[in-house]
Design a protein around this ligand. Structure first.
Ligand code: ADP
Ligand code: MG
Length: 322
């Protein structure tokens, strides 16, 4: 019902950047190879994501806006075996409850596609349309029906900053996917499918290339790869700190500490290490279901993880200095 939708929406959607994250993740789940993000006015007026993924049938397009109707979780066991990013089946329903949404979608096997218009959870138009394979979702006038939330949004510039952070996280998590990003009609990024190193360089600038120290480790329980920034380029400010677990950006003060510990003695105490670290673990050994926005993860065996990460970083820094 509409009230439940609006309440749940407040949890999933805090600001335009939350919509960006959910739409981009859906496009990735749909197997897209090129994804375009278009925003206007810090996402307050428009957030549009266009992908070339598998698209949806008419029925699935309609169902996609119904809470839990499409959830990929069929049993409690599935919670521990997630291979896709979405799993709650509530992002689109939540977004549709608090914005004007237009969707165009077509599957490869269908000759024509579907166009849907949804306003505050109601389908107000459904048409057959000619559209490329894939899905385009436009989210307009976010929080149009919750003035308190709309007024709470920060300046366009600040909201754009949050969107850009989200874009960076997703684009770094998936360098194999091409991403473009337009704000108020101007192109901010146009990233082709590339390596992780190239993706970092294209996002943060060519100077970073020679500062990257590669990490590589593989054990029975864990695969680590990515880069740390050489200690002499550490900054006092927060800098670039990225952990990805099984392709998903996460925040972890615990893992951060493991990296800090590895840098001990190599930089002054007030400096902060910068890093781009990807961890692959058995999905059965992690729990990403502890927060609606899914940026936190609980690991079964975090002590082992900590020790392995610390020694890998330490070893790589040592190797590099020889
Ligand atoms: P979840 O991702 O948790 O399943 P969402 O509300 O984000 O829930 O999306 C609902 C469903 O709509 C998805 O499970 C998927 O089947 C479909 N869907 C959403 N976005 C896309 C897309 N870009 N391409 C294809 N299918 C999509
Ligand atoms: Mg989703």
């Amino acid at each position: 019902d509409h009230v439940a939708n609006q309440i749940a929406a407040g949890e999933v959607v805090q600001r335009p950047a939350s919509v960006v994250k959910e739409l981009l993740e859906n496009s990735i789940d749909a197997g897209s190879s090129i994804i375009k993000l278009i925003v206007k006015d810090g996402g307050k007026t428009l957030i549009q994501v266009v992908d070339d993924g598998k698209g949806m049938s008419v029925t699935d397009a309609r169902l996609s806006f119904e809470r839990h109707a499409t959830s990929k979780i069929k049993s409690a066991q599935d919670l521990f075996n997630l291979h896709t990013k979405g799993f709650r089946g509530e992002a689109l329903a939540s977004i549709a409850a608090i914005a004007h949404v237009d969707m165009q979608t077509r599957r490869e096997e269908d000759e024509v596609g579907t166009q849907l218009k949804i306003e505050g959870s109601n389908v107000v138009a459904q048409e057959v349309t000619v559209t490329p394979k894939g899905t385009s979702i436009s989210v307009k006038n976010l929080f149009f029906n919750i003035p308190a939330r709309r007024n709470f949004l920060k300046s366009d510039q600040v909201e754009l900053r949050h969107i850009t952070d989200e874009f960076h996280r997703v684009a770094l998590a998936h360098p194999e996917i091409g991403f473009s990003f337009y704000n108020n009609g101007s192109e901010h990024f146009n990233l082709k499918s590339e390596s992780f190193r190239q993706r970092i360089v294209h996002i943060f600038g060519s100077k970073i290339n020679e500062r990257l120290v590669p990490l590589e480790e593989e054990t029975e329980v864990l695969k680590i790869n990515g880069f740390v920034i050489k200690p002499e380029f550490a900054k006092k400010s927060r800098g670039e700190q990225f952990f990805f677990v099984n392709g998903r950006f996460i925040k972890s003060s615990y893992l951060h500490h493991a990296v800090v510990a590895a840098f001990e003695g190599l930089m002054r105490a007030e400096m902060r290490p910068a890093y781009f670290i990807k961890l692959e673990v058995d999905p059965a050994t992690i729990d990403i279901n502890i927060h609606p926005t899914k940026t936190e993860v609980k690991f079964d065996d975090e002590h082992t993880l900590y020790a392995l990460l610390k020694s890998t970083v330490k070893h790589s820094l040592g190797q590099f200095n020889v």
